[in-house]
Ligand binder design. Structure first.
Ligand SMILES: [Zn+2]
Length: 275
């Protein structure tokens, strides 16, 4: 499927050039699509007022804030999705890169302890509004779905890896309500790409329980099989997380440079290909 989302380029909305010497931004191998909110007011007081002109003005204002207040080289994120369903390229070079299956080094999802890593190497989408309790309107939702479809397809990212900013950093972003709707977003994107997942596979990470000593069940069996596939000995794949499984988890964690705490959280799951 070609990159079908309609995106207004930085040239078209009159972006300022990035800080010299920092551009072009290094290309990166994206693993996620990361959803944000701008924390602006919602309709009817949304900054863009749902118009194309308003969307371009908002993009300029955010870029100005990121460069002049935060001191960044350019807009921190890669795309802006406004209330009128307009998608705008943000950091220079983002659109060309994702069309070719890459992202670029950005500044929208720094890693905090215990959170997912490498967010800034993946495309980040700022959605105009504050979605703690507000439900995104239909136009903006549709353009978000379309952009995610194009990004997942062209960059070969699983819809399961559509994440929220809070999965990477200590923040409320993208708001409680929008975060709770990420499983629905993953499902709609997967459907458009013709991919099938179980509802459990599309849940948010925070609803996946960490596996550790004493855990039992089918998730432990999957873990034990995966450890064995990777050349570690977890004992019998019996669904019981005992001492042998714990030792295998620790050995695996050391082998990939993770803290060997024996607890299978999001980073260990990711390294094992379990999420
Ligand atoms: Zn954010």
């Amino acid at each position: 499927m070609p990159f079908t989302a309609k995106v207004v380029t930085t040239a078209a909305w009159g972006a300022r050039p990035p800080i010299s010497g920092r551009f072009p931004f290094p290309r990166t191998a994206p693993r996620y699509v990361i959803v944000h909110h701008t924390d602006n007011q919602n309709p009817p007081n949304d900054p863009s007022r749902g118009t194309s002109e308003g969307a371009m003005q908002l993009a300029r204002n955010i870029q100005k804030f990121h460069m002049d207040v935060n001191g960044w080289s350019d807009s921190g994120h890669n795309f802006l999705n406004t209330t009128g369903g307009f998608i705008l390229e943000a950091r220079h070079g983002s659109l060309d890169a994702v069309k070719q299956g890459f992202s670029i080094q950005s500044a929208h999802a720094a890693q905090d302890p215990g959170k997912l890593a490498n967010g800034n190497q993946s495309p980040g989408i700022e959605n105009e509004g504050n979605f703690m309790t507000f439900q995104m309107g239909q136009k903006q939702w549709q353009s978000l779905v379309e952009l995610c479809v194009s990004l997942c397809d062209s960059c070969n990212i699983s819809p399961r890896n559509i994440k929220g900013h809070r999965d990477f950093s200590n923040t409320d972003c993208p708001g409680d309500l929008l975060y709770s709707q990420l499983p629905r977003l993953r499902k709609q994107v997967a459907d458009k790409l013709g991919l099938q997942f179980t509802p459990e596979e599309l849940e948010n990470d925070s609803q996946v329980v960490d596996l550790k000593f004493g855990s039992t069940g089918s998730a432990v069996i999957k873990l034990q099989q995966r450890l064995r596939d990777r050349g570690f000995n977890p004992g019998a794949a019996d669904g019981v997380f005992g001492e042998i499984t714990e030792a295998a988890v620790k050995a695996f964690q050391r082998s990939v440079g993770l803290l060997d705490d024996g607890i299978v959280g999001s980073n260990t799951r990711m390294e094992l290909g379990l999420s």
